[in-house]
Design a protein. Structure first.
Length: 191
């Protein structure tokens, strides 16, 4: 009789664990699955009317091609652009680093920008991780990204590579596509 009760208890435990696993798996899949359109952009991003949370800031200093200082409501914050990597032009000098830094300086210094957070607040160096918009946009689509997202402009013009920095990858497919365009057109570092 004890063996029979033990088998029933083990069976019930296995069933409960299976149910918990199934629920967790379904939630994980629903949060991480994307359907891609013909341009290899997730359709949930392409068609989103996401009420973007954009924070207005003024660029006060350029560190290099992908890092700036901004003023947000009287506070100075260092910002690292999400999804891109420019050649270095600080303590280490890399080919095309000067050009990338000059481009960012010419395009952003002293100007009003709009910062968008992805998942992470800061990186290991306590820099804000942000997408940098040149204009306020209402939704994310390829046209808006190409025209108004500075991170994308860096890649499109060959001043930066598209780089995945998980978990902040919601616009990475655009950046990856634009890097391929810059390479095909032999722009910037891809000459």
């Amino acid at each position: 009789m004890k063996k029979y009760i033990k088998k029933i208890i083990i069976t019930i435990i296995l069933i409960v664990l299976s149910i918990i696993f199934a629920i967790y798996s379904k939630n994980y899949i629903n949060q991480n699955i994307h359907i891609y359109n013909d341009n290899n952009i997730p359709t949930d991003i392409e068609n989103s009317e996401n009420n973007l949370e954009l924070v207005e800031a003024t660029v006060t200093k350029v560190v290099d091609g992908d890092t700036i200082w901004v003023n947000i409501n009287g506070n100075q914050e260092k910002v690292r652009f999400i999804g891109v990597n420019c050649p270095e032009y600080t303590t280490k000098i890399e080919p095309y680093g000067k050009e990338a830094t000059e481009y960012t300086t010419n395009e952003l210094l002293g100007k009003t920008i709009y910062l968008q957070k992805d998942i992470s607040e800061t990186d290991d160096y306590d820099r804000l991780l942000r997408y940098v918009w040149l204009e306020k946009v209402d939704n994310i689509n390829e046209e808006n990204v190409k025209q108004y997202l500075f991170n994308a402009k860096l890649v499109l013009n060959g001043y930066a590579q598209s780089n995945y920095y998980k978990p902040d990858i919601s616009l990475q497919k655009y950046l990856e596509k634009f890097e391929n365009e810059a390479k095909a057109n032999h722009l910037g570092m891809w000459e």
